[in-house]
Design a protein around this ligand. Structure first.
Ligand SMILES: *Cc1c(COP(=O)(O)O)cnc(C)c1O
Length: 388
């Protein structure tokens, strides 16, 4: 028996959660990742992965992974600061620094850990971290574990941010924002943010999990999208558009060296398998060279938005592959998701606390691997479901 003395309370809370339409449970996918997948034994067309460029099951990337694993093994054996840092990790850090135009890059096993590292590792008691209200949970958690004071401002509202900056008497202030917001799909007003940061002598840290690979000429992300000269500290993940796993932080020499010395989620964890870094090196090459993937994606986004607008659906102001449709009520959103699933179309149903109460939504994500016909199929299904 591995129960707790308060097991009954857990059971009651779970029942309550079910009744509220907020129960979560994983499905089982079999076979290849992609847009045509099998979940719980059924073939569906997926509109809910973050595999924006269709690279998650790319064979060239898989081959790089297999070759490196055969050469080095699967386990990395230790943390980076012991013997876990392989030549593939090193090569990838150099390549990412060059690709992002930053002095240095540092790999992390996950984006979650990279975000904890930056906020906890760079700030201390007496400092202030100022975050957009809709920032990813891992950024908010970084603020929670850090000794710095955490403040939040209204989503993408630069005058609200400025009021926070004016009011703070901390010598060190760090502004933190998603580059592309994960549940809304909009792009942060980064140019204004950089100007405010300069004016108030604050630092800026951008989490570009959803912009990296997708935005910018070669997929360098939100910073390239705005063609900024002055660069913020950047975190981006490889588990989304890059189709592999892990994450990096890119910044100036001093920032990266400080993370190596004192970021706990860098120091006290096993390095990601070297084969993953080898796979990501191939992924980086494809992201840079195959701009047709970004062009195809942009054209599908346009097709979807035009169609959804004609149906009178409640779209959000998003030019990215994240295209949420706000439903509002939790149970209604779940029911709509189920109706679509019965027709073989899988979309994300996002409920509080992931999004604010009363804004439950279908989170539709597009991939370069979708066909125009599949997007039309989704639009038709939405038309029917919406009419009921
Ligand atoms: C997915 C995501 C993360 C976490 O990255 P993982 O590598 O999956 O841990 C961090 N921030 C944002 C905005 C994300 O969407």
């Amino acid at each position: 028996m591995a129960s707790l003395p308060w097991n009954n309370e857990l059971a009651a809370a779970l029942t309550e959660r079910k009744a509220a339409g907020r129960y979560r449970c994983p499905r089982i996918r079999t076979g290849q990742q992609g847009v045509n997948i099998v979940v719980d034994g059924r073939k569906v067309v997926s509109f809910c992965s973050n595999d924006y460029l269709g690279l998650a099951a790319n064979s060239e990337i898989s081959h790089a992974f297999i070759a490196a694993a055969e050469h080095e093994g699967v386990g990395s054996g230790a943390a980076h600061l012991l013997t876990g840092h392989s030549r593939f990790h090193q090569e990838l850090e150099l390549a990412i620094a060059e690709f992002t135009g930053q002095q240095r890059a540092l790999l992390f096993s996950t984006g979650y850990m990279a975000n904890l590292a930056v906020i906890d590792g760079l700030l201390d008691r007496g400092d202030t971290v100022i975050q957009d209200k809709l920032n990813h949970a891992s950024l908010l958690d970084g603020g929670r574990i850090s000794a710095a004071e955490q403040q939040r401002y209204l989503h993408a509202d630069m005058s609200a941010l400025e009021r926070r900056l004016v009011a703070s008497d901390s010598a060190r202030k760090l502004i933190v924002s998603d580059g592309v917001f994960s549940m809304d799909g909009d792009i942060a007003p980064l140019a204004e943010m950089m100007n405010l940061a300069k004016q108030y002598q604050a630092g800026v840290f951008i989490d570009d999990a959803h912009g990296f690979g997708v935005l910018g000429e070669q997929g360098q992300g939100t910073i390239a999208h705005y063609q900024l000269e002055q660069k913020p500290i950047l975190m981006a993940t490889f588990g989304k558009a890059f189709g592999t796993a892990g994450a990096f932080v890119a910044a100036d020499e001093e920032v990266i060296e400080t993370l190596i010395q004192q970021a706990r989620s860098y120091i006290y964890t096993t390095a990601q398998p070297a084969a993953v870094a080898a796979a990501t090196l191939t992924s980086l090459k494809l992201v840079q060279q195959q701009s047709w993937r970004r062009e195809k994606l942009a054209s599908l986004i346009k097709q979807f938005r035009t169609g959804a607008q004609q149906l009178g659906l409640d779209l959000m102001p998003s030019d990215t592959p994240i295209q949420p449709i706000v439903i509002g009520d939790d149970k209604q959103a779940v029911a709509l998701g189920q109706t679509l699933e019965q027709q073989g179309l899988l979309v994300g149903v996002i409920r509080p606390p992931t999004v604010p109460a009363g804004t439950a939504r279908l989170r539709i994500t597009l991939s370069a691997s979708h066909s125009e016909q599949q997007v039309n199929q989704l639009l038709s299904a939405l038309e029917v479901a919406h009419a009921h």
